[in-house]
Design a binder for this molecule. Sequence first.
Ligand code: MTE
Length: 335
Amino acid sequence: MLIKKTSTSDISENEVTPENIYKDRRKIIKSLGFLGAGALLSGQSQQAHAISWFKDKDEEKSALKALKYQADEPFTEALTPEAKITSHNNFYEFGTRKTDPKQYEGMLTVNPWQLNVDGLCANPFKLNYEDLFSKYPLQERIYRMRCVEAWSMVIPWVGIPLADVIKQAQPNGQAKFVAFETLYRPEEMPGQKSRFAGGGIQYPYVEGLRIDEAMNPLTLLAVGLYGKELPTQNGAPIRLVVPWKYGFKSIKSITRIKLVNQKPPTTWNLSAPQEYGFYANVNPKVDHPRWSQAQERRLGSGGLFSQNYIPTLPFNGYGEQVAHMYKDMDLAKFY
Ligand code: MTE
């Protein structure tokens, strides 16, 4: 089910992964016949439930164990362990503490699902749950994720370039922005039911991108991580990943993608406009009003007491691929 795609847009796999795992994984991918296979996944939806790099559970377990940080090694951009990615979450629909969303793992009904793609386009369409795994070639992308709260992870996503979905809709000349909306289902999402449990933000959670940002080859609709379907807490069954922007742009559990001609409202901007802008590009030179953005704490690659503070890079290190989209903009003003 997994296609290994390397491009200049990714952190290269051997940059982030301890060498033994990197080699092991290439061996595994090769044995599955995926190496260099290109786009071929249509019609293989039955495999969607077991997207995996690993031969079996034991192999997966030992590979992931080996990913654990060795204290005597110099700092490298290791993949964040799966256990960390799936237990340290922001998903206010399931509570405001980092540990809250995992309590609801598997409890959101994701099948059936309906994702509507519509708005200013010639070909509006809907995708159901199976479509998410079978209609488009899936790609693996290893991306840094930098939260506005100054922590970060390195995550191996599996997903669909958003551009593939937008092209299918055939946007017309008036479409200048793309608006996204999360599922609204208070009976399964306690944070939507009570203002207190949901952190006081408005629901459904909404986000937006300019159309050129949405079409950028880095922008991904993720349906999996670590070779498996997304768990509830990470935004099942489909979420956005925009790796050069703060994590709050990466809206989870999406039910609508709409082409529009005005800048769409976005949840955190509505909630605190002086703190969270529409663009939200990672920028070490523009501090949050209440804390510095010059550094970040890389989670999961150290021991319990390890700090792992590293400098934050402009555009989260993806400037080569995205800076051109903002060349005439004052990024302190359009934060
Ligand atoms: N999407 C929805 N619907 N609800 C949320 O609370 N939190 C955002 C983003 N997407 C959020 C959301 C924030 S603040 C971050 S940092 C990322 O999801 C966290 O993604 P992760 O939990 O997979 O690390």
